[in-house]
Write a protein that binds this ligand. Sequence first.
Ligand SMILES: *[C@@H]1O[C@H](CO)[C@@H](O)[C@H](O)[C@H]1NC(C)=O
Ligand SMILES: *[C@@H]1O[C@H](CO)[C@@H](O)[C@H](O)[C@H]1NC(C)=O
Ligand SMILES: *[C@@H]1O[C@H](CO)[C@@H](O)[C@H](O)[C@H]1NC(C)=O
Ligand SMILES: *[C@@H]1O[C@H](CO)[C@@H](O)[C@H](O)[C@H]1NC(C)=O
Ligand SMILES: *[C@@H]1O[C@H](CO)[C@@H](O)[C@H](O)[C@H]1NC(C)=O
Length: 508
Amino acid sequence: MDGSLIQRILIIALHITLFEIETHATCDFGVWGGSCQYNCSTTCYYGNECSSNGGKCGCEQLHGNCYGCAKNYFGDVCNKACNQNCSLSDQCVLSGLSCGCERQLGYCNSCPKTLWGNYCDRACSIRCINLECDRTSGQCTSGCKKGYYGSDCSSTCSTSCIYGCDQQTAGCFPSYCVNCNGGLPKCDQSNRKCLNGCIDGFYGPSCDKTCAVVTNNTVCTKCQPLISVGITVCTECQPEYYYDGVIGNCKTCSTGCKTNNTNIAKCFPNTGNCRFGCSSGWSGLRCDTFTCSLANCESCVANHPTVCERCQTGWYLDSGQCVRCSDNCATLNSCDTTSGTCTGGCKTGWYGNTCKDNCTTNCNQGECDSNGICSSGCNSKRYGQKCDLQCPNCLTTCNRNTGLCDAGCVDGYHGNDCLQPCNSNCLNNKCSQLDSKCSSGCKQGFYGEFCQLPCGSNCDGNSCNPTTGACSGIAFLANMGMARFRLFSKLFTGNLHKSRRCMHLRMR
Ligand SMILES: *[C@@H]1O[C@H](CO)[C@@H](O)[C@H](O)[C@H]1NC(C)=O
Ligand SMILES: *[C@@H]1O[C@H](CO)[C@@H](O)[C@H](O)[C@H]1NC(C)=O
Ligand SMILES: *[C@@H]1O[C@H](CO)[C@@H](O)[C@H](O)[C@H]1NC(C)=O
Ligand SMILES: *[C@@H]1O[C@H](CO)[C@@H](O)[C@H](O)[C@H]1NC(C)=O
Ligand SMILES: *[C@@H]1O[C@H](CO)[C@@H](O)[C@H](O)[C@H]1NC(C)=O
């Protein structure tokens, strides 16, 4: 290589470097490209995350590759999401930090004990004790459930093995050794003792006692002796339970914990804190505080923060809402919390269970009983239970029940009920309430008890005696002395002739 060639290479290298420095220098933070025309991916490290990346944020300017990826993203430009299962392991949920996944291929950085595979996407065999297996191989790490063998417990022990068989060798267990950690090789058959302790959940030199029995706790899966006290205590519980160190016992995960993945318990075995957060209405790390969020509700139906079971005092349940006791309750805020019935009755003037109805204004003093029946009688000329009927044609009041007038009818009517009109020929429209006879005589031109008969067509002035029908003139004169009659007749000569005939008629 001669000097000039080296020189040229150096110059080219310098140019490239300068070009790179130039493009770096020209773009603002967060954009990339030759003319800085592209935004960095929004899933690159930004903000707080940059400090964990040595302060490097955004992306490099030539290809837009992120300096680091936001939580749970991978790929050059962090545009791929890590498998959801990557973030389920106890330590990442507990730490609150993203365990996330590996940058290039998205392999999970950590995996829950019950899942395996690069992406934690496979569940350990249900034949694994505690459902636990090796993250890479899927081999059961705590041994097989009774009757199975093989690294992943996929094989079935020979039917001749009454007590199950060894995970590695498939050799039948004697009645003892079954629960030795390490299987047959770790069982001293001469004295029937396990040499390497017990598999989880068992206890004693021969591992023949279950933790459940030793600790008097059916859901205890791991236990250990407390030598100083001389007892054996539970240290781990079945999935869906946690060990409460304070009471020294297993407790069930709160029903308020959300469930996300059926293979993973909804709370942490050591704290009881919920892994996937709380269902609605629940709060606290263990989601064991339930808050009823319906207004004025005292207690909600279990697990339903918006379904009220019982309203607060002064309110009652109506179509799922707590409604205030009626203002018309005699005692303020005192009504049955389920029915709304005012417990102390209604204020005067109101009735009904919830005192919603007002007594009619026809009730005397506006008072009525709980059924709306006027309790102090009716206002004038009203009758009926609720005084809703009008007394008919009564002179004064009428009977509350029958509507019959107490003091007779107004002029013009008769009958018990004062509904029958007097004969229209009654004088002044008056008739007897008892027999409907016209009580003040008849209108001119009529006679008879009911004034139903017309006076004779020839009666002078169309008037006649209301009782007899005799034309008025004669009848009147007949009552006087004859002398006076004559005197009279002289005065009314013109009419005499007719009157006589009238009298004659009547006398026959
Ligand atoms: C870049 O982001 C800015 C604001 O966040 C936006 O207005 C602009 O349209 C984006 N440019 C591109 C090319 O996406
Ligand atoms: C997560 O794990 C479960 C097994 O518990 C599996 O069925 C599921 O497919 C996994 N989810 C994904 C997105 O891989
Ligand atoms: C075992 O537990 C049950 C219920 O949890 C309890 O009633 C019983 O007394 C316990 N027995 C002993 C020996 O502690
Ligand atoms: C399950 O949990 C993962 C991780 O916490 C979360 O991203 C996902 O949305 C959850 N899925 C459901 C259905 O809640
Ligand atoms: C109460 O009574 C009055 C008069 O009778 C009536 O106008 C009003 O509508 C009633 N109110 C109710 C709530 O029934």
